[in-house]
Design a protein around this ligand. Structure first.
Ligand SMILES: [Zn+2]
Length: 59
Protein backbone atom coordinates (compact mmCIF):
# COMPACT_ATOMS: atom_id res chain seq x y z
CA UNK A 1 0.00 0.00 0.00
CA UNK A 2 1.45 3.34 -0.94
CA UNK A 3 0.38 6.37 1.06
CA UNK A 4 0.15 8.55 -2.01
CA UNK A 5 -2.96 10.60 -2.25
CA UNK A 6 -4.80 10.93 -5.49
CA UNK A 7 -8.25 10.76 -6.85
CA UNK A 8 -8.81 7.51 -8.45
CA UNK A 9 -11.89 7.38 -10.54
CA UNK A 10 -14.29 10.14 -9.84
CA UNK A 11 -13.13 13.71 -9.77
CA UNK A 12 -14.68 15.51 -6.93
CA UNK A 13 -15.39 19.16 -6.84
CA UNK A 14 -17.40 21.54 -8.93
CA UNK A 15 -18.08 21.01 -12.56
CA UNK A 16 -15.61 22.49 -14.93
CA UNK A 17 -16.32 25.95 -16.15
CA UNK A 18 -17.19 26.37 -19.79
CA UNK A 19 -14.45 27.56 -22.04
CA UNK A 20 -14.11 29.48 -25.24
CA UNK A 21 -11.36 30.44 -27.58
CA UNK A 22 -10.50 34.08 -27.89
CA UNK A 23 -11.21 35.40 -31.36
CA UNK A 24 -8.29 37.75 -31.11
CA UNK A 25 -5.36 35.97 -29.53
CA UNK A 26 -6.65 32.45 -30.06
CA UNK A 27 -6.15 31.38 -26.50
CA UNK A 28 -8.69 29.47 -24.48
CA UNK A 29 -10.31 31.28 -21.62
CA UNK A 30 -12.72 30.17 -18.98
CA UNK A 31 -16.06 31.44 -17.86
CA UNK A 32 -16.05 34.28 -15.43
CA UNK A 33 -18.58 35.57 -13.03
CA UNK A 34 -18.72 38.92 -14.74
CA UNK A 35 -19.75 37.21 -17.95
CA UNK A 36 -22.56 35.16 -16.51
CA UNK A 37 -25.15 37.26 -18.29
CA UNK A 38 -23.35 37.78 -21.55
CA UNK A 39 -21.43 34.55 -21.88
CA UNK A 40 -23.04 33.61 -25.23
CA UNK A 41 -21.81 36.91 -26.62
CA UNK A 42 -18.33 36.82 -25.19
CA UNK A 43 -15.73 36.28 -27.87
CA UNK A 44 -12.57 37.69 -26.41
CA UNK A 45 -10.59 36.78 -23.36
CA UNK A 46 -10.13 40.32 -22.27
CA UNK A 47 -11.02 43.91 -22.90
CA UNK A 48 -7.68 44.32 -24.54
CA UNK A 49 -8.31 41.66 -27.10
CA UNK A 50 -11.75 43.00 -27.74
CA UNK A 51 -10.34 46.38 -28.58
CA UNK A 52 -7.63 44.97 -30.76
CA UNK A 53 -10.14 43.08 -32.78
CA UNK A 54 -13.11 45.31 -32.44
CA UNK A 55 -11.56 48.33 -34.09
CA UNK A 56 -12.65 49.72 -37.40
CA UNK A 57 -16.18 48.53 -37.26
CA UNK A 58 -18.49 50.02 -39.79
CA UNK A 59 -21.35 51.72 -38.13
ZN1 LIG B 1 -7.47 37.16 -26.19
Amino acid sequence: MSPTKGNSGRSKGKAQLPQKTCASCGRPFAWRKKWERVWPEVRYCSERCRRLRGRSTSS
